[in-house]
Design a protein around this ligand. Structure first.
Ligand SMILES: [Zn+2]
Ligand SMILES: [Zn+2]
Length: 268
């Protein structure tokens, strides 16, 4: 199928799904999960496969695609999402990390799953800190977003560290102005990622970017309190996205309506 044919397909889908316009006036499909183009569940490849991005045309070694052969690179996948994260985080006065996360994730162009969460987590942590009186600049938040973009989709299973956990490390790194020569802060930053990752890895479960981000934020709350003295409690909330998440672990999840609470330590 040619690219033009694909474009026609999107247009038809858009009409069907009452698509929204982006800030730039362009339109895209708004499937909240699965393939951005057709909504089909993604297939993850054990071995990477040379694929051409549907949007930018770049040929890359892909680790996921859809049964119809659609592939969208990480940068294109998260393009709208990054704008949404910046719009919320650079303008909001909220101090509540969960409210910030849920505001961002409620946008129709922000997907249920995807590497954009790797930018969202540190951006939300730093925004809440800034709004709580910590010396954090907009440049710091933009830096966090860019660093998060460096963590590929599927990092949890492919690299052995969920990008939400690395997001907690990114936020701590920026607060401490850590660098690889700085032995003390280098240790603290990696311990931050380790702690968030321990929370996420305590679940035997398919990835859920909402659950994993929430766990990372909860751990980041404790870590930031230790480092800065700022109190940023992370509340639970009732998951509303489970009908669109085939990998949902339902009552084993700390955000499952009705059972939230005692599952903070994992499901094993
Ligand atoms: Zn597709
Ligand atoms: Zn692309």
């Amino acid at each position: 199928m040619t690219k033009e044919n694909h474009s026609k397909e999107i247009t038809a889908s858009e009409a069907e799904n009452q698509c929204c316009s982006t800030e730039t006036g362009s339109t895209t499909g708004i499937y909240k999960s699965g393939c951005m183009i057709c909504g089909a569940p993604l297939i993850y490849y054990w071995k990477t496969k040379e694929s051409s991005c549907y949007f930018c045309g770049k040929t890359l070694q892909a680790n996921a695609g859809c049964p119809a052969g659609h592939f969208v690179c990480d940068l294109c996948h998260s393009a709208d999402a990054i704008k949404i994260i910046k719009n919320v985080c650079l303008h909001s006065h909220k101090k509540d990390m969960v409210e910030l996360m849920n505001t961002i994730r409620s946008h129709p162009l922000f997907k249920i799953h995807g590497p954009e969460h790797h930018s969202m987590v540190p951006a939300v942590i730093l925004t809440a800190l800034k709004n709580s009186g910590q010396q954090i600049t907009n440049d710091d938040i933009n830096t966090a977003i860019e660093r998060g973009r460096g963590v590929c989709g599927g990092a949890c299973a492919f690299l052995g560290a969920c990008g939400a956990a690395i997001g907690a490390g990114i936020a701590v790194s920026i607060v401490l102005k850590a660098d690889p020569y700085d032995g003390e802060n280098r240790q603290v930053v990696q311990q931050a990622t380790q702690r968030a990752l321990a929370r996420i890895a305590s679940y035997k479960a398919p990835r859920c970017c909402q659950r994993d981000s929430w766990l990372a934020l909860e751990e980041a709350s404790a870590i930031m309190h230790e480092i800065t003295g700022k109190s940023m409690p992370v509340k639970t909330f009732k998951c509303e996205q489970f009908p669109g998440n085939k990998g949902c672990i339902r009552e084993q999840c700390p955000l499952w309506p009705g059972t939230r609470h005692s599952l903070k330590g994992g499901n094993q």
